[in-house]
Ligand binder design. Structure first.
Ligand SMILES: Cc1ncc(C[n+]2csc(CCOP(=O)(O)OP(=O)(O)O)c2C)c(N)n1
Ligand SMILES: [Mg+2]
Length: 578
């Protein structure tokens, strides 16, 4: 057995079920070894797509993602997706060949490249350490929620190594956990954390919550007091709480808290009568009113960043703000907090439920009635801007929400359009919404939907893209067709980089660099093997209804020519962050 084969086998033995990538000579053998050991390989057409597919797969499946790329340009192509994953604390193992000979065209400093975007760099340097190093990379990814590059130098890959694990560096603990619970503490700590080949200590938290995840008694006492005193508590759950619906709902029921999420945890409380949906730029007017009116906001595994708090306007000015997070470095990074509690959300919420007195809190028949009547964007009146030649994106999205089955997984790209699907397309739960926006890159939306679709074959995947992001990621249209995914791709086409148009247009700047002639996106999609409909008015959605009737043997692209006179309201918020 050689090193490449051992690394593939070791990762498969860790529980890896799916690998995304683009195969070249430098990752051919390791990828085939994973496949031979039972993993599914999903070939992308561009490494940028592959990285985001692996990221989205990890987010929606709760399993570690694995990406396999060629040395040098295979890795540089993947860097945007790697940055998104690292900032999001997605457990992701990136396998890359490595040309260590400086005379090779493929040579670059791979460690420096990924360290610059917050990933951990490791490599296999001998046959003896192949098994252990692969398992170590997997462990760091899963247990520290990091994105890890495991470089496989070409000359090392072919070296012989033991046919079974057991030699080489010690592999602490029992077997690595195959599932993980994410945390949203990303941005700050990933940037400041170990960005280089950190030596692996045996001191990672136990997969099912070791002592390191338990909160301090004093912090729990302080939060117990704040909850007991609060009359209008609101919980905002983030990525680090996506595994904790039951415990958070139990505590909210006891304390009378209303429930909201950040965008990345959207859907977590679906079905609860106290669910306000997303807090922040995408919040309904009612949610914004109720959150701003809270006297206690508790962020659970939630960074409480400028998006989730609308630049701080949704945290109560004269109330209390608390943050509960696994990572003490994440507390207070974005907004000042009155109390930080370090610990796992499940552990903290469970401890508190046994301590706090029962109270009605923010919950009343009147509030419940208002949430029922006004709690969703589609209940908010608007004046339709459609003119027959272009459809109002709200009308488009509400129409799609009515047509598409409820069991769906929605992925959203970046741009002016992004709020429409994020606000008007309902999702069944937290695994029905995949939001790869920590790096705010355009062009990742389609690949996000593919990774989510692989993770959730039971759900209809929906990719919501702008025309700019759709064309940037278009190579993966072929992947959707080849994989036979029953996907609906919706393109909000304004023939422009609308975000830039609405940012700079009002100031009288020339816009030629950010506007484009019409492109027949439906024809482009058909060329890839999609079915396609062009939508300029509501009646055209009949084409979507027809496709939904079946047999759905090819994916559908909805080319929606959307009204474009105005920028969106959440975009105005976003520009405050530039
Ligand atoms: C990789 C990358 N390049 C450029 C940008 C800057 N940018 C942000 S939104 C946007 C326009 C996106 O256009 P489109 O996908 O059509 O969506 P729209 O804004 O028109 O709704 C651009 C270019 C970015 N965020 N990421
Ligand atoms: Mg556009």
């Amino acid at each position: 057995m050689n090193v490449a084969e051992a690394v593939g086998r070791a990762l498969a033995a860790c529980g890896v079920e799916a690998v995304f990538g683009v195969v070249g000579s430098g990752n051919f053998h390791v990828t085939n070894a994973l496949v031979a050991a039972g993993a599914r390989f999903v070939a992308a057409r561009h490494e940028g797509g592959a990285a985001t597919m692996a990221d989205a797969y990890a987010r929606m499946s709760g399993r570690a993602g694995v990406l396999s790329v060629h040395q040098g340009p295979g890795l540089t192509n993947a860097v945007t997706g790697i940055a998104e994953a690292a900032k999001s604390r997605t457990p992701l193992v990136v396998l890359a060949g490595e040309a260590t000979d400086r005379r090779s065209n493929f040579h670059i400093d791979q460690d420096a490249l990924v360290a610059a975007v917050g990933a951990v760099a490791m490599r296999v340097t001998s046959g003896e350490e192949a098994w252990g190093r692969a398992e170590e990379a997997y462990r760091i990814a899963v247990e520290q929620r990091r994105t890890v590059l495991l470089s496989l130098p070409l000359d090392v890959q072919s070296q012989p190594c033991p046919a079974t694990p057991g030699s080489g560096p010690a592999t602490p603990g029992s077997g690595p956990a195959s599932r993980w619970a994410g945390s949203e503490s990303a941005a700050g700590s990933a940037a400041g954390g170990a960005g280089t080949a950190a030596p692996v200590a045996a001191a990672w938290p136990a997969p099912d919550g070791g002592e390191g995840d338990l909160p301090l008694a004093a912090e729990v006492d302080a939060l117990t007091r704040l909850l007991a005193e609060a009359s209008r508590p609101v919980f905002i759950a983030g990525r680090g709480a996506r595994h904790a619906r039951r415990e958070l709902e139990a505590l909210a029921d006891r304390t009378g808290a209303l429930l909201a999420t950040s965008a990345v945890a959207r859907g977590l409380f679906r079905g609860s009568p106290w669910d306000l949906d997303v807090s922040g730029g995408f919040a309904t007017p009612l949610a914004a009113e109720l959150i701003a009116g809270a006297d206690l906001v508790v962020g659970w595994g939630c960074a409480l960043n400028m998006w989730t708090t609308r630049h701080g306007s949704l945290v109560p000015a004269d109330g209390q703000v608390v943050q509960v997070d696994l990572d003490p470095a994440a507390i207070g990074v974005h907004v000042p907090v009155d109390l930080g509690v370090t610990g796992d959300v499940v552990a903290v919420a469970t401890a508190l439920t046994g301590l706090v007195p029962a109270a009605a809190g923010y919950r009343s028949a009147a509030v419940e009635g208002r949430i029922r009547a006004e709690g969703r964007w589609r209940a908010v009146p608007y004046e339709d801007q459609g003119d027959g030649g272009r459809i109002d994106p709200r009308t488009l999205t509400i129409g799609l929400d009515d047509l598409l089955p409820a069991e769906r997984v929605v992925a959203v790209d970046s741009g002016n359009f992004m709020g429409y699907p994020s606000m008007f397309l309902d999702v069944p739960d937290e695994n029905g919404f995949c939001f790869t926006q920590a790096f705010q890159s355009i062009g990742l939306g389609l690949a996000t939907a593919i990774g989510a679709a692989v993770a959730r074959p039971d759900r209809l995947p929906v990719a919501a893209l702008g025309d700019g992001g759709a064309l940037m990621g278009a190579a993966e249209l072929e992947t959707v067709v080849r994989l036979g995914l029953p996907m609906v791709v919706v393109v909000y086409d304004d023939e422009a980089y609308g975000a830039e148009v609405h940012h700079f247009g009002p100031h009288g700047h020339p816009l030629d660099t950010v506007t484009f002639p019409p492109a027949d996106l439906a024809a482009i999609a058909r060329g890839y093997g999609f079915a396609a409909v062009t939508v300029t008015r509501e009646a055209d959605l009949g084409g979507v209804a027809e496709w939904l009737k079946g047999p759905r043997d090819r994916p559908l692209l909805v080319h929606a020519k959307v009204t474009r006179d105005r920028g969106s309201w959440w975009l105005e918020e976003a520009f405050k962050g530039h």
